[in-house]
Each structure stands twice: as structure tokens, then as C-alpha cells.
Write a protein that binds this ligand. Structure first.
Ligand code: HEM
Length: 489
């Protein structure tokens, strides 16, 4: 580093004469508008924040590398970054909670975001998942309502347990995720001690154009650990950034966390008659039917240098696919394909893909005919802003990268999923738990539901627990000291 003194300048490069005292009319006089350095400094400060994410506002990020460990996987997908054992791809991950604001506590009971950007040679591939293999609702049109129940009441600006359980009790498809969330995995010990899941079903397509359906499982090599709820409450007060700090410190001291990526692969035709609708994000696929197949390993080895630039401005979107990986008809996923880039154009700007954290390493930004817009600086000296055109050197579409064509059928309508069994899978989840786990699950649900003011909400929800497993319903009703009418059992 040079010892030469660095001169402070304004944003336009002019030297700053005084950064401690405003220019005033005399010692006590009012400030002068000609103090352009002060005006610029204050105006810039006034604009330091971008809006926080509407969900998943609190988070921590890290850089790392993904390495393919299984040669076989290229049989199923032509995705360039997965086509060879040993191939390494740089990646970035952001972990988050869902409901809290930017400064909220890390150790709350909430799903955790698990959002990865792979910087592949064929553009960025974003896998925007959670630490749960399922979700609360299965149609995107319900998502804003669901999130409103998790956020603050618009009148009181308080968290509203009545809203939470009113919504859940009237959306029985949420039962699986509600059960999962109140178990030990609902508050992870650290971000390093939780698995990540794509949750949705995605389509993989190989180089011969053959599709399969897949689900992603990132299994934590550190093991999965939960946090004791009492300790979590204590930490929320004492160190609201507990998980953020743990991740930063682990990477800082070279204790790099890693995850092994597996996929479940379902033959394309199985989707027609599998016992569960494979595009219903409230359901899992049996591991017996579709065992985990190893793909590779992700290792986090570098902390961000600048939180705002690399984490706050990161724009992760399920719409960022690469050839070989495509959407499934999952109605939640379909809604997400619109929502993320839409919010990012508002939250960060129409050219957010140009920021270093979002910029693809193959420089796709300069290989299309999207021009101008706020903060655009790389239109370069190109004069061709349209396509088709006569210029061989200008970007042309690549028919090999077209989507895998698929059949659609049926009448256009607002159609509900036909499968209404919301109970077997959460019941199985309960029955699989050890006695201790069951005790903790019941206690967590009782603690949470006891904050609800209305018995009709509690009874409606208890009915769902009964249907999942009568013992679970019985225990929760007893914990809430509620007499349950016979028709509810
Ligand atoms: C963040 C919408 C369902 C995982 C977000 C954001 C929006 C959003 C608007 C903020 C993005 C940003 O500002 O950059 C939706 C909608 C959904 C949905 C409309 C359903 C229709 C899901 C599901 C998952 C998920 C099912 C997990 C499987 C995440 C994660 C983030 C996020 C991890 C944080 C990304 C980051 O770290 O920047 N979601 N979401 N979301 N969502 Fe969703």
C-alpha cells in the first residue's frame, strides 16, 4: 500500500477543503446553500437505503464454490456447470429469515431462506429455496395473503397471532409445513446446521432433449441441529445477529461450511400417476420411490467485502435458469417466476443485473438488445439496437437453448388442486418423531396457539391436527385446555 496521502474528493472528483465545518455566514450564521460538498454529502446520506426485501429482509451472505462429484448426472441434464466430475463453479449464497424486518432477530421460529446464485458459463442459475422441503400454500395467488399474516397488523403494527392461525386454520394445505416449522428444525442452531431444499419440482433436460423431474436437497455436512427455544428467545434479545455472526466468524477463521447436493429424480411419465401430485409444493416425494442421487459439493469460503453491495443488492430469482434446467407447472413456482425480477426492478433498479454481485460471468448483459434505463453504463459503442439485423458479429438467438416443448391440456379456469389429502404427510412426520421430539413439537404448538384470542380459530386448527394424527390433536387440545366437540375429532 502506498504511503502517499489520499485526498478526499466530492463524488465528481473535486478536492474537499473542509469536512468538519459547514460553510456558514460568520461563526453563528445560517448555513449557505453554496456549500455544495455539504449538500452532496447529506443528499447522498438521505438516499443510502434501498427498500428492504418485502420478505426475507434479514439475511447473511457468503461466497463459495460448487464442485460436481458425480459423473452420472450429465445423463439427466445438459446444464453446462453440471456436465463433468470435478468441474467447479463460483457461487454466492444468501441465508435469511422470512417474516422479520432488516434488523430483526436471527433466532426466531421461521423458515430460513437458502438462495444460491451459480455463476455458470451459460449465465447465472439461481436456486432460491428454503431450509424446508415444503411450503405453506400451493397456489401463488395465496402468497400475499399468507405473508400479510406473518408481517405486522396494519392497524396495530404488532405481530398478530390471530391472523397467523386464522389463515393457517383456513388453509389446511399449510398443515405439513406448520408441523415441520414447530418441530426441532423450526429454529436452526446456525445457518451452517441446516439443510437447503429447492422445495419445488424442477425439470432437467439432457442433451438429447429428454426431460426428467427433479427435487434438490442440499444436506449440511456439519449435520442438522436445532436451537432450544428458550435459548433462542434469550439470544434474540442478547444477540439478534447470532446466526449472521456465526457464519461470518466460521468463514473468517477458515472453518468453511459445506453442503452435499443430492437430487431426487422422477421419470417424466411418472408425474401422471404418482400418488402425490408432484407439482404440489406442500408435499414431498418418498425417498424410497425416488432415492437421493449425489450431484456435488458446495463450500463457502469467502465473506463479502461489502454487505450492501454483495448481500443487500443481491438479486436472486427463480426465473434465472440456464439451458438444461427449466420450470415445472407448480403453481407457486409459476407465480414466483414473475415476482422476483419484478420486485428487484423496483427494489434495486431496472439494470440490477449489471451490479457486480448479479452480473453473469459470461457477460450476458452486453449480448442482447436491452438498452438504457436508470444507471445503465455499458451500452458501449454499439449502434445496433434491434434484431434481426444484417450484422454477423451482433448477438443472435441460439435455437439449441429453446425450452423443452411440453403438452398442455384442460380448460382455462381458476382450478384448485384435485388432491385434498392434507393430513397423511404431516401425520407421518409426527409418527416418525421420537418421543422427545413429539413432546417438543406439541409444546411449541401449544405455546404459539395459546396466544390466539379466539376459540373458533383454535378448534378449526385442532381439527386439522386430529385428522393428521388423533394423538397429536388430543395432546394439543389438552395443552390448550380446550374441550373439543365430538364432531371435531
Ligand atoms: C424472497 C416472493 C415463495 C424463498 C422473495 C422476495 C419476493 C418473494 C418478492 C423478495 C426478493 C427480493 O427482493 O430480492 C415470493 C412469492 C412466492 C414465494 C410470490 C410464492 C408465490 C417462496 C418459496 C420459497 C421462497 C416457495 C422457497 C422454496 C425465498 C427466498 C428469498 C425470497 C430464499 C430470499 C432471496 C434472497 O436471499 O435474496 N420471495 N416467494 N419463496 N423467497 Fe420467495
Amino acid at each position: 500500500m502506498s504511503n502517499e496521502k489520499k485526498r478526499m474528493t466530492t463524488a465528481s472528483g473535486a478536492p474537499v477543503g473542509d469536512n468538519q465545518n459547514m460553510i456558514t455566514a460568520g461563526e453563528r450564521g445560517p448555513a449557505l446553500i453554496q456549500d455544495v460538498h455539504f449538500l452532496e454529502k447529506m443528499a447522498h446520506f438521505d438516499r443510502e437505503r434501498v427498500p428492504e426485501r418485502v420478505v426475507h429482509a434479514k439475511g447473511a451472505g457468503a461466497h463459495g464454490v460448487f464442485e460436481v462429484t458425480n459423473d452420472e448426472i450429465s445423463k439427466y441434464t445438459k446444464a453446462d456447470f453440471l456436465n463433468e466430475k470435478g468441474k467447479q463453479t463460483p457461487m454466492f449464497i444468501r441465508f435469511s429469515t422470512v417474516a422479520g424486518e432488516l434488523g430483526s432477530a436471527d433466532t426466531v421460529r421461521d423458515p430460513r431462506g437458502f438462495a444460491i446464485k451459480f455463476y455458470t458459463q451459460e449465465g447465472n442459475y439461481d436456486m432460491v429455496g428454503n431450509n424446508t422441503p415444503i411450503f405453506f400454500v400451493r397456489d401463488a395467488i395465496k402468497f400475499p395473503d399468507f405473508i400479510h399474516t406473518q408481517k405486522r397488523n396494519p392497524k396495530t403494527n404488532l405481530k398478530d397471532k390471530n391472523a397467523v392461525w386464522d389463515f393457517w386454520s383456513q388453509s389446511p394445505e399449510s398443515l405439513h409445513q406448520v408441523t415441520y416449522l414447530h418441530g426441532d428444525r423450526g429454529i436452526p442452531a446456525t445457518f451452517r446446521h441446516m439443510n437447503g431444499y429447492g422445495s419445488h419440482t424442477y425439470k432437467w433436460v439432457n442433451k438429447d432433449g429428454e426431460p426428467v423431474w427433479i427435487k434438490y436437497h442440499f444436506i449440511a455436512d456439519q449435520g442438522v441441529k436445532g436451537l432450544d427455544p428458550d435459548l433462542a428467545d434469550k439470544l434474540a434479545g442478547e444477540n439478534p445477529d447470532y446466526h449472521t455472526e456465526d457464519l461470518y466468524n466460521a468463514i473468517d477463521k477458515g472453518d468453511y461450511p459445506s453442503w452435499t447436493l443430492y437430487v431426487q429424480i422422477m421419470p417424466y411419465e411418472d408425474s401422471k400417476d404418482y400418488k402425490w401430485d408432484p407439482f404440489d409444493v406442500t408435499k414431498t416425494w418418498s425417498h424410497k420411490d425416488y432415492p437421493l442421487i449425489e450431484v456435488g459439493k458446495m463450500t463457502l469460503n469467502r465473506n463479502p467485502e461489502n454487505y450492501f453491495a454483495e448481500v443487500e443488492q443481491a438479486a436472486l430469482s427463480p426465473a434465472n435458469f440456464v439451458p438444461g434446467i427449466e420450470a415445472s407447472p407448480d403453481k407457486m413456482l409459476q407465480g414466483r417466476l414473475f415476482s422476483y425480477s419484478d420486485t428487484q426492478r423496483y427494489r434495486i433498479g431496472v439494470n440490477h443485473q449489471q451490479l457486480p454481485i448479479n452480473r453473469p460471468i459470461n457477460d450476458a448483459n452486453t449480448s442482447n438488445y436491452q438498452f438504457d434505463g436508470q444507471m445503465r453504463y455499458d451500452n458501449g459503442s454499439r449502434s445496433v439496437s434491434y434484431e434481426p439485423n444484417r450484422y454477423e458479429t451482433e448477438p443472435k438467438e441460439d435455437p439449441d437453448s429453446k425450452i423443452n416443448p411440453f403438452e398442455v391440456y384442460g380448460q382455462a379456469d381458476s382450478v384448485a388442486y384435485s388432491q385434498k389429502d392434507h393430513y397423511t404427510q404431516p401425520g407421518d412426520l409426527y409418527r416418525l418423531m421420537s418421543t422427545d421430539e413429539k413432546d417438543r413439537l406439541v409444546q411449541n404448538i401449544v405455546d404459539h396457539m395459546s396466544q390466539v384470542d379466539y376459540d373458533d380459530i383454535k378448534l378449526r386448527q385442532i381439527e386439522h391436527f386430529y385428522k393428521a394424527d388423533p394423538e397429536l390433536g388430543e395432546r394439543i387440545a389438552a395443552g390448550l385446555e380446550l374441550k373439543v366437540p365430538e364432531n371435531v375429532k
